[in-house]
Design a protein around this ligand. Structure first.
Ligand code: PRX
Length: 632
């Protein structure tokens, strides 16, 4: 894959230019570095109005041959996955490419034996263990579409996602470890499956010794199924545009959106960006701390690194267990060269005594990365000083579930970084800033809404079962562009700084949460009339959630009711959606047409009450004073 690597700043500018002037030729050179069973006949076909985007048309491949088979000849014994368990007393596992290939083929046969075929959807609800990677790759091996659901979501959330994609199978574990806690995943699945008629089989991997209830008509154990499975499983021939996976992300309204990613374009995009942003070299040990349940885990723990033949660390635990030195201890233990984490983790670790960091030798680190939300200057400086020892490049990578791969970022040690700026677009990415009149803002510096003017291979192709919504959310606000939902500014040199969401999505601890489903859940509480949920700045989480709610009977306002509301949220959508603050109010500020003015509530919650703008047009201006007075 040598031809793929950008080797200098000059080379970056040269390649970027080529990627804009001759995008098809540019991507062809990169795509031809992969193993295709049949070369594509046309590189790109697109229009953002339908919208329809196709890359490497009629190309045939299987991504697992690129992740696994291709590496066997030259470095079959190299560690593909370096698994570090939750419990420091449990031994780490080094799984070679050869072993991973074997396990994937065996489990692919288990899927086949259980009636899973190309195009079927399989839901994975699992902790960060090698079996999750194996299950994903096994699906890809036979052309089944995986839908990984983050193992922190509630049974209701699993249910909704399974029913949206009509999954035929669910794969889970009896329990999972998370720090000092043990969580019964299978029991959560059983609750969900009461309402999921399409799921015919459940495969259960025993992560702990605890026995688990099994439904004999439906549930089987991983260990028993794998026992006699053959390790020979030819890869299914997939079209470039065949879906590889569905991954749900929050919408600003309604239900989560099942983003559908393609096989060929996604492979090319995730691998190309992995190699260039992190400047991975053959023997490096690379660690991304994200959960595989998010896109970062899909693209930068599994597909990108494995296609590139890297050693990728898979960590089951949390940064605070057994103490706040865990990340640093693991960097020393495994001599990690590239370390990729989230600003929220950095902020949490920054608050701990520095002795947790100083205890360990971090000299192996060559590259640091961040993802998921804007990084504040203080966190950036701490990361730079204490982890990077003031010399390691930091890549601040901006991208989205929808984009599939990193879009704007510096390239480690190659292009300059700038604290709190994601900096420059990767080759092939054409960002623009648009103003309120939907016009492109030319010249620098500039501030506006961030959109992308030209397709890139790893972009999502649709929302599962809802192409209309795909068009509405991403291609209708600014016709002819992909709209990101983010605001951004651009400095004199063209560096981008992402300022945050401009819609009703709040990024809490790096998790992209839509406020609408939370509001709907709170409204279901029999004592609540209506509510508005907004984000407000939070020292560690970046943002936290604040709800303003009106009640049928004001005397019901109590701390107990707040607990009930949060429990309801945890049950209906998941613990990560819990509210930090709940304020019971006599009314919500509304326009005359009845629309809740979340803008005003956002300002109140952030303590910016001196400039609330014109409130006289509100239906109930007096309510604003009252809300400010009782602010928590
Ligand atoms: O607002 C941006 C923020 O996270 C959103 C995408 O969230 P999600 O689809 O969950 O994917 C997260 C992992 C790629 C974006 O619209 N975001 C992501 N990375 C950054 C960021 N904001 C600022 N700087 C970043 N580096």
């Amino acid at each position: 894959m040598k031809n793929i690597i950008i080797s200098s700043e000059k080379d970056y500018f040269k390649k970027y230019k080529k990627s804009v002037t001759e995008p098809e030729e540019f991507w062809e050179t990169i795509a031809s570095q992969f193993d295709w069973k049949k070369k594509w006949s046309k590189t790109l076909e697109w229009d953002f109005n339908t919208p329809s985007v196709k890359w490497f048309l009629n190309g045939k491949l299987n991504i697992t041959e690129n992740c696994l088979d291709r590496h066997l000849k030259d470095f079959g014994n190299k560690t593909a996955i370096l698994w570090e368990p939750n419990n420091p007393g449990e031994t780490a596992k080094h799984i070679s490419y050869k072993e991973l290939h074997r396990e994937v083929c065996k489990f692919a046969n288990v899927l086949k034996n259980n009636n899973i075929k190309k195009g079927d959807r399989v839901c994975l609800y699992m902790p960060m263990i090698p079996q999750l990677a194996i299950a994903m790759l096994a699906c890809a091996r036979i052309g089944a579409i995986h839908s990984v659901v983050f193992a922190g979501f509630s049974s209701k959330a699993i249910e909704g996602r399974i029913n949206d994609a009509l999954c035929k199978m669910l794969i889970t574990t009896n329990e999972m470890f998370r720090g000092a806690k043990t969580i019964g995943l299978k029991a959560i699945c059983d609750e969900a499956l009461k309402n999921c008629p399409t799921v015919k089989k459940v495969i259960v991997f025993n992560r702990t010794q605890t026995p688990v209830a099994m439904n004999p008509k439906r549930d089987v154990f991983w260990s028993e199924e794998i026992e006699n499975a053959s390790s020979d499983c030819p890869a299914e021939i997939m079209d470039s545009e065949d879906p590889l996976f569905i991954l749900y992300t929050s919408g600003s309204t309604g239900t989560p959106k099942g983003m559908v990613h393609s096989t060929g374009g996604y492979m090319v995009g995730s691998t190309y960006t992995f190699l260039n942003v992190f400047q991975y070299r053959t023997n490096d040990i690379y660690w991304c701390t994200a959960d595989i349940g998010w896109i970062t885990g899909h693209s930068y723990i599994i597909y990108g690194p494995l296609c590139a033949g890297a050693t990728t660390v898979l960590f089951e635990g949390v940064p605070s267990y057994p103490d706040y030195g865990r990340f640093w201890q693991l960097i020393e233990k495994h001599k990690v060269n590239q370390f990729y984490t989230a600003p929220t983790a950095i902020r949490a670790l920054e608050k701990q005594p520095i002795s947790f960091v100083e205890k360990y030798d971090l000299s192996s680190i060559k590259v640091l990365g961040t993802v998921g939300e804007p990084i504040n200057n203080e966190a950036w400086q701490w990361y730079h000083k204490y982890i990077g020892k003031e010399k390691t490049p930091i890549v601040d990578t901006w991208w989205q579930t929808e984009t599939g791969a990193i879009m704007i970022s510096s390239l480690a040690g190659i292009t300059p970084e700038k604290p709190t700026f994601a900096t420059l677009p990767l080759p092939g990415v054409q960002p623009v800033l648009l103003d309120d009149n939907k016009k492109e803002i030319v010249g620098n510096p500039a501030e506006g809404r961030l959109a992308i003017a030209f397709p890139w291979p790893s972009m999502a192709r649709t929302i599962w079962n809802n192409h209309k919504r795909f068009k509405e959310v991403y291609f209708s606000t600014f016709e002819g562009y992909y709209f990101t939902g983010d605001g951004a500014l651009r400095d004199e040199k063209g560096n981008y700084r992402i300022t945050g969401r401009v819609d009703d999505i709040v990024i809490v601890s790096g998790h992209n949460l839509g406020t609408a489903p939370i509001e709907n859940t709170i409204d279901e509480h029999p004592k609540v009339v209506e509510c508005a949920v907004i984000g407000f700045p939070h020292e560690i989480k970046g943002n936290a959630l604040y709800a303003f709610a009106t009640l049928y009977h004001q005397e019901d306002a109590s701390e107990q009711l707040k607990i009930e509301i949060n429990n309801l949220i945890a049950k209906e959508i998941g613990v990560i959606y819990k509210l930090d603050k709940i304020q019971f109010v006599n009314g919500l500020p509304k326009t005359r047409s009845g629309k809740i003015m979340r803008r005003i509530l956002r300002k109140i919650a952030s303590g910016e009450t001196t400039d609330l703008g014109d409130t006289s047009t509100l239906l109930n201006p007096q309510i604003v004073e009252e809300i400010i007075k009782n602010k928590i």
